[in-house]
Write a protein that binds this ligand. Structure first.
Ligand code: PGA
Length: 250
C-alpha cells in the first residue's frame, strides 16, 4: 500500500518569524500522524524552518532550484546548496513557474536529474489548463509532461520522485477537480509510468492531487484509489487548517 504524502506549498508567503510561529503551532498538531508531512517554504525561510522542524516529523522542502551545480547564474540556488543545509524535497515544474518564469519540460527534466544527483526528492508538478481540459486533450498533455519530465531517469530513481497532478484551473481558484476526475487523470499518469517502467513501479509511485485542497474536501479526494495525498497552497498557510488536511482520516 502506498503511503499518503501531504505537502504544503507556501509560495511567496511567510517571513521567517511567521514560519517559526507556524511550525511551533503546527508540529504538535500533526505529531502522531502516520502520513508524511512536508512544508515547501521560500528560500529565506529554509534555514529557520529546518531548525524549528528538528525533532519533529515535518520534512522541509524548497519550491524551485537551478539544474547547474554552481556558476555564473545570478540569483539562482542549486540542488547542492539546498542539500547542504538539510533540505529533503524540492518542488519542480510548478505551473506558476511554467507560466511566469519560462519553465519548460526540458528545464524540468534537467532539474529533476540534478535534484536526484544531490539526493533531493523532487515533487514534480504537471497539469492542464482549462482550455486544454475543455478541448478534451488533458490525457495527452499530462502524459506528455510526465514522459518528458522523466526522460532518462532510471526506475531506481523513480522511487525518489513524487508527482503532483495540479490542474491549472483549480490552483488558487477555489475550484477543485471532482474526486473522480482527479482520480481518473492520476490513473492515466500511472498508466503512462507503467508503459515506461513497468506495472510494479507504477503501483509504487506517489501521485498527489493539488488545486484548492482544503480541510473540507481533503478526505474525499485522498480516499480515492489513486490519489496519494496532496500538494496544498493557500490552505497550508494556516496551522490549524493545514493540520486538519494532514489528519483527513482521523
Ligand atoms: P492552492 O495551490 O491549494 O492554493 O490551489 C496549490 C498549488 O499551487 O500547489
Amino acid at each position: 500500500m502506498r503511503k499518503k504524502v501531504i505537502a504544503g506549498n507556501w509560495k511567496m508567503n511567510m517571513l521567517p518569524n511567521e514560519a517559526i510561529d507556524f511550525i511551533t503551532e503546527f508540529a504538535p498538531l500533526v505529531k502522531d500522524t502516520k502520513h508524511e508531512v512536508i512544508l515547501c517554504v521560500p528560500y529565506t525561510d529554509l534555514f529557520y524552518a529546518l531548525l524549528h522542524a528538528q525533532g519533529t516529523n515535518i520534512k522541509i522542502g524548497a519550491q524551485n532550484m537551478h539544474w547547474e551545480e554552481k556558476g555564473a547564474y545570478t540569483g539562482e540556488i542549486s540542488a547542492q546548496m539546498l542539500k547542504s543545509i538539510g533540505v529533503e524535497y524540492v518542488i519542480i515544474g510548478h505551473s506558476e513557474r511554467r507560466q511566469y518564469f519560462a519553465e519548460t519540460d526540458e528545464t524540468v527534466n534537467k532539474k529533476i536529474k540534478s535534484a536526484l544527483a544531490n539526493n533531493l526528492k523532487p515533487i514534480v508538478c504537471v497539469g492542464e489548463t482549462l482550455e486544454q481540459r475543455e478541448q478534451g486533450v488533458t490525457e495527452k498533455i499530462i502524459t506528455t509532461q510526465v514522459e518528458k519530465a522523466l526522460e532518462g531517469i532510471s526506475a531506481e530513481s523513480l522511487a525518489q520522485i513524487i508527482i503532483a497532478y495540479e490542474p491549472i484551473w483549480a490552483i488558487g481558484t477555489g475550484k477543485t477537480a471532482t474526486k473522480e476526475d482527479a482520480n481518473d487523470t492520476i490513473k492515466q499518469i500511472r498508466k503512462k509510468i507503467a508503459e515506461i517502467y513497468g506495472q510494479n513501479e507504477a503501483e509504487r509511485v506517489i501521485i498527489q492531487y493539488g488545486g484548492s485542497v482544503k480541510s473540507s474536501n481533503a478526505k474525499e479526494l485522498f480516499e480515492m484509489s489513486d490519489i496519494d495525498g496532496g500538494l496544498v497552497g493557500g490552505a497550508s498557510l494556516k496551522p490549524e487548517e493545514f493540520s486538519k488536511i494532514v489528519k483527513f482520516d482521523e
